[in-house]
Design a protein around this ligand. Structure first.
Ligand SMILES: Cc1ncc(COP(=O)(O)O)c(C=O)c1O
Length: 388
């Protein structure tokens, strides 16, 4: 049984979450509830696999063994009812590296790519740094969660001749686990307008029952003909630093085109630690994950209660998956800079600024609750103090 309650000192480990912020904000004793990694040790089976490698002591180039493919295929079949063949799998050094390569492989400069607003900020960065046109479709808040505005998406597909949509499934920062029907409706629009879908499914395993993950591939007949699925075990098992990911490409033409760009960029050789961690996580991490999910849910419940009792003016989007909460601070009437300033310098707590997720993220913050509950409790107290 994993003890998720046990705090682990991360200061002084070159952690972005804990160490980088001290310089970033020129402030001491900050408590981080931001960037999406967890303050928990990785599953024991992953650590043992690394120990075995270190005991052997030779860290040469690594191949992708048959057992790795089997581990991935079995996981997807068991957990997502997705049938993946070995030849449909490509490896990348991170989901974002895969998406950036796909943007280069399937679009030209000035082509238009659509993303949601709000959505995980690097999507927009990849689009603009590659000189593609960025178009956003704002999500609608309905009954306390986000839904897609299909009318707006269709209008934008037509008006801007959109080539690609980058979808976040489940959605970061809203924690929405898109329903099969929603993905189906989106997919039919993409098919109608010839839009390729890059479905980022890195949060696929962090889903709370009774919500069910539907991969874009499985949402409609033939959807894998015009989509690529990007995923990884790094979010599921808290291995973000090993930078490793997989792309599922069922359409051979798309796969070859992506592979060609990957080779052109010489990105096809994958870090030894990434490959070992991935295989060990999929082979041995199931029990750890089964223990993690209720812990995250209890942290979400704790946070909701805290806000109801101490900060009822903050509107919270309760996630159906992920360990991220989207918080609306607009009732305080503070400008984004002032809100961040108060949290960081008065409360000494760091969240992700909502505005970085798109214009609709104004006066919002994203909170990461994947930490021991004592740390979360202290962080929430600091948020309350910042706003007092
Ligand atoms: C939706 C989403 N995609 C991609 C990433 C980053 O993936 P990687 O580190 O594999 O590039 C994250 C990390 O938080 C994420 O939330």
């Amino acid at each position: 049984m994993t003890n998720f309650d046990q705090p682990i000192e991360r200061l002084g480990t070159n952690s972005v979450k804990w160490d980088a912020i001290l310089q970033m904000y020129n402030e001491q004793e900050l408590l981080p509830l931001w960037i999406a990694d967890m303050d928990f040790k990785a599953p024991a089976g992953v650590l043992q696999a690394y120990q075995k490698l270190l005991d052997h002591g030779v860290l040469g180039y690594a191949d992708t063994p048959e057992s790795l493919y089997t581990a991935i295929i079995d996981w997807e079949k068991k957990h997502h009812q997705l049938i993946i063949e070995k030849e449909e799998i490509l490896f990348f050094s991170g989901v974002l590296a895969g998406i950036a390569t796909a943007v280069q492989a399937f679009t030209k400069p000035n082509d238009t790519i659509l993303i949601h607003d709000p959505v995980y900020p690097p999507f927009a960065n990849i689009i603009t740094t590659n000189h593609r046109q960025l178009v956003r479709s704002q999500l609608i808040e309905e009954n306390g969660h986000f839904v897609m505005d299909f009318g707006d998406i269709e209008e934008k597909f037509k008006q801007h001749q959109v080539k690609v949509m980058i979808l976040c499934n489940p959605h970061n920062p809203g924690g929405r686990v898109w329903l099969k029907e929603e993905l189906q409706q989106l997919g039919e629009l993409c098919r109608k307008y010839g839009v390729l879908v890059f479905s980022d499914e890195i949060h696929q395993d962090l889903v709370f029952s009774p919500n069910e993950m539907t991969s874009f591939f499985a949402a409609g007949e033939g959807f894998s003909d015009f989509s690529l699925q990007f995923t990884s075990m790094t979010k599921t098992f808290n291995l973000a630093g090993i930078k490793n990911s997989i792309v599922f490409a069922k359409n051979e033409k798309l796969r070859k085109q992506l592979e060609h760009k990957q080779t052109e960029n010489f990105q096809q050789e994958i870090n030894t630690f990434g490959l070992i961690g991935m295989e060990a996580a999929y082979e041995t991490g199931e029990e750890w994950l089964a223990e993690l999910l209720p812990y995250i849910q209890s942290n979400i419940a704790y946070t909701m209660t805290f806000f109801q009792e101490h900060l009822p003016k903050v509107k919270i989007m309760k996630p159906e998956g992920t360990y991220l909460l989207w918080l609306d601070f607009s009732a305080y009437g503070l400008a984004d800079e002032e809100l961040e300033e108060r949290l960081v310098h008065k409360g000494k707590v760091v969240l992700n600024a909502g505005i970085s997720y798109g214009p609709s993220g104004k006066q919002h913050m994203r909170l990461n609750v994947a930490c021991p509950q004592v740390i979360l409790a202290e962080g929430l107290k600091r948020i309350a103090a910042a706003l007092s």
